[in-house]
Ligand binder design. Structure first.
Ligand SMILES: Cc1cc2nc3c(=O)[nH]c(=O)nc-3n(C[C@H](O)[C@H](O)[C@H](O)COP(=O)(O)O)c2cc1C
Length: 192
């Protein structure tokens, strides 16, 4: 069973759900895991309850919402892989610092305990600002893998990076072989 963890990058939730659907259609067994922000924040991108209900419907099972519910995901109910999609700057900071204070970061800690692999799909406006040191730290850490990323709006958001969500199944396949999908940074077409 793959753990599919969602963080509070609300503008990318629809894309993450599309990837979740694609994995389900390929026959993957999936467990949704929600950060408190992802599970509890209504935004202009939608209501939290609708979002969690849709993810649970796609996976066909109730999600993991708390640190206590996530704790068994290493010792008692091991995951095959953990995907964090989308992964916020805040969650990357927690992971880099070794914090386990949300369902997502506790799931990561429990999974790493048995040397499980984790695939991160970052989406954050400060990826090349405050989060860059955390991306570097995690990229160099055992068992962490990244989705390739691109600058989604270099002119208006020069520090922003967003994962190429559509490449998640490919990145998951590579991670299962212990390989990082490359190149890490995808070029976007020049304007004009
Ligand atoms: C509408 C909205 C959109 C947001 N989008 C992002 C985002 O794309 N990336 C990000 O890192 N944080 C984003 N945030 C901030 C996170 O939700 C916030 O840092 C939260 O504490 C993250 O917690 P989590 O990582 O546990 O989910 C957004 C917040 C709001 C209200």
């Amino acid at each position: 069973m793959i753990g599919f963890a969602f963080c509070g990058s609300f503008c990318t939730h629809a894309r993450a759900l599309a990837v979740l659907c694609a994995l389900r259609e390929r026959g993957e067994d999936l467990l949704p895991i929600f950060s408190p922000a992802a599970a509890g924040t209504d935004t202009r991108f939608g209501a939290a309850a609708d979002f969690t209900a849709e993810a649970e419907e796609i996976c066909g099972r109730r999600g993991v919402y708390t640190v206590a519910e996530a704790e068994p995901l290493g010792p008692k109910t091991p995951l095959s892989e953990l995907i964090v999609c989308p992964c916020t700057g805040a969650t990357m900071a927690r992971l880099a610092a070794g914090l386990s204070d949300t369902a997502v970061t506790m799931a990561a800690k429990a999974h790493l305990r048995r040397n499980g692999r984790i695939l991160l799909a970052p989406a954050t406006n400060d990826a090349m600002g405050a989060s860059l040191a955390n991306i570097a730290a995690l990229y160099n850490r055992k068992n962490y893998y990244f989705l390739p990323m691109l600058q989604d709006d270099p002119e208006k958001k020069p520090y922003s990076l967003v994962a190429c969500f559509e490449r998640l199944p490919e990145a998951l396949g590579a991670m299962r072989e212990g390989k990082q999908l490359l190149p890490l940074f995808r070029e976007i077409a020049e304007k004009g």
